[in-house]
Design a protein around this ligand. Structure first.
Ligand SMILES: [Fe+2]
Ligand SMILES: [Fe+2]
Length: 299
């Protein structure tokens, strides 16, 4: 729809606590602000909506025109949108629904607003249904979800750095300042290595089984990043198993053994550090916007 058609509706909406007369009299409206895919500028569209639990459904009908409306193209490129509803304004994540879910909810929308069935009959394209998920309602809790990931990663980073420093201290049977030979690798250090490996296996297992599928569902645009992170988990798992085997096979913990162990830890540390950086880069903004993480807090 041309901007000059929307402008008075937007002004009326904002002046009247979200109520609009004339053409839209009596139909519930939101103002959806997307970021122009080509222009990068905010684009405001008045849209009919249907509430569905804690999310809002909007339909990219363009009144049955042959092409998807601009706002739909915009949110495919950038799903972070702003919603004005009544007197409220909030940020949301826009997720186009797929397959059976799209069909089921399109039918639900048509029950409330039969006009959409007429629009669908006018066009050969499948009219998209988009779910808008409110983000950061409870900003404090929401932020904590992303922050928890960073903190947990930091614990792994630090633990690995300390392990490496300790193993390296034993290397070559070096003498300490008092001239006494360094002790062999202790049982305690071995146990600490194994505890680290177990903790990491649990962390990645939880990501693979629970966190990543949830994020993929809510943020389809993260699919590529999540696939890469899953592949990295496989690599990390291999290095972690090698480290665990090296620890389990430790004999006397002599210089050669501790050097090999140090090398194993270094390899794992390098791989893991790159993995954590990429994961935080890609996932923390999405995690920080979540208000309904289906996994318990790590502590
Ligand atoms: Fe990970
Ligand atoms: Fe992680």
């Amino acid at each position: 729809m041309p901007t000059d058609f929307n402008k008075p509706i937007i002004e009326e909406f904002r002046a009247n606590e979200g109520r609009v007369g004339g053409w839209f009299e009596g139909s519930p409206l939101i103002l959806l602000t997307t970021t122009g895919a080509r222009t990068g500028r905010p684009n405001v569209s008045p849209l009919g909506y249907v509430p569905d639990g804690d999310r809002i459904l909007v339909v990219a009908s363009a009144a049955g025109a042959p092409n998807h409306p601009a706002w739909y193209h915009n949110l495919l490129a950038d799903p972070w949108v702003t919603v004005e509803l009544g007197t409220e304004t909030f940020e949301a994540n826009a997720v186009p629904l797929r397959g059976e879910e799209r069909d089921r909810l399109f039918a639900k929308v048509v029950e409330v607003a039969p006009g959409y069935a007429e629009y669908q009959a006018k066009t050969s394209r499948i009219i998209p249904v988009v779910a808008l998920y409110r983000t950061a309602v409870d900003e404090k809790r929401a932020r904590a979800i992303g922050d928890e990931l960073r903190e947990l990663h930091d614990w792994f980073r630090q633990e690995l750095a300390e392990l490496l420093a300790e193993v390296r201290a034993h290397r070559g049977g070096a003498e300490d300042a008092a001239g006494k030979p360094a002790p062999a690798l202790g049982q305690q250090l071995r146990e600490r290595c194994l505890t680290f490996c177990e903790g990491l296996a649990r962390h990645h297992g939880g990501e693979d089984m629970v966190v990543f599928p949830h994020l993929e569902d809510r943020f389809p645009q993260l699919k590529e990043a999540l696939d890469r992170l899953r592949r990295e988990h496989v690599t990390v798992e291999r290095l972690r198993d090698e480290l665990r085997d090296a620890v389990a096979a430790l004999g006397t913990g002599d210089a050669a053994e501790s050097e090999r162990l140090g090398d194993e830890i270094e390899r794992l540390a390098a791989e893991l550090s790159a993995h954590f950086d990429y994961e935080e880069d890609q996932l923390v903004p999405a995690l920080n916007s979540l208000t309904d993480a289906p996994w318990p807090s790590p502590r």
